[in-house]
Design a protein around this ligand. Structure first.
Ligand code: ZN
Length: 203
């Protein structure tokens, strides 16, 4: 399986990092070795001294497809979860300055904790799903799927023009404002609406 991540999909987050707003979805990938499942801890890697959390809604692809039309995209997923797109901000900043690829900043081992998945049909409106992240018990990020620049269907239509989607692939759909650093000893907890979906301790 593969992990596709969308960048700059919330206006307030693009602005907090001084990035221009995209005219089409920006995407990058993480390998399966970046996954952390079942609330296992994240071990702070020696490659960076400025790892940031980015909480994101994650959709799981349920069947294979390519060149998917936006009007059919909703048939390619029916479950949602939440994940953290850990980012080595110090490395990413250097990559951006030099125009180099982001993988060293985004694709490292353990950079993608993810929750279990729940049926999307539990939500009456897919464009109004609230989610949040707590760091050591304090809310640091607060998002809503309705604030995405590109919705789930648009993302799937765009990405599948380039990359065949396969059953089990995950799409991290971008982070709202409020990203910030983690330190060893921190605990992150991610919520969809009131559901505590994911806990990640930093070790
Ligand atoms: Zn992200």
């Amino acid at each position: 399986m593969k992990i596709i991540c969308i960048g700059r999909n919330y206006v307030a987050h693009a602005k907090e990092l001084n990035n221009p707003l995209p005219s089409e979805p920006v995407f990058f990938m993480k390998p399966d070795t970046s996954l952390i499942i079942r609330n296992r801890p994240f071990f702070y890697p020696e490659i960076s001294s400025d790892i940031h959390y980015e909480v994101e809604l994650v959709i799981k692809i349920r069947k294979n497809g390519r060149h998917i039309l936006e009007k059919f995209a909703s048939t390619y997923y029916d479950e949602i979860g939440i994940g953290i797109d850990f980012t080595a901000r110090d490395i990413q900043q250097k990559c951006k300055e030099k125009g180099l690829p982001w993988e060293p900043a985004k694709a490292f081992d353990g950079s993608a904790p993810v929750s279990g998945f729940i049926a999307l049909e539990q939500f009456s409106d897919q464009d109004n799903i609230g989610f949040s992240l707590l760091k050591n018990g304090e809310k640091v990020q607060d998002g809503n799927s309705g604030l995405m620049i590109f919705d789930f269907n648009r993302i799937i239509a765009h990405v599948s023009r380039f990359v065949t989607l396969r059953m089990g692939d995950l799409i991290y759909t971008g982070t709202p404002a409020g990203v910030g650093p983690v330190a060893i000893g921190d605990t992150l907890e991610a919520f969809i609406e009131e559901r505590n979906m994911l806990t990640c301790k930093i070790k």
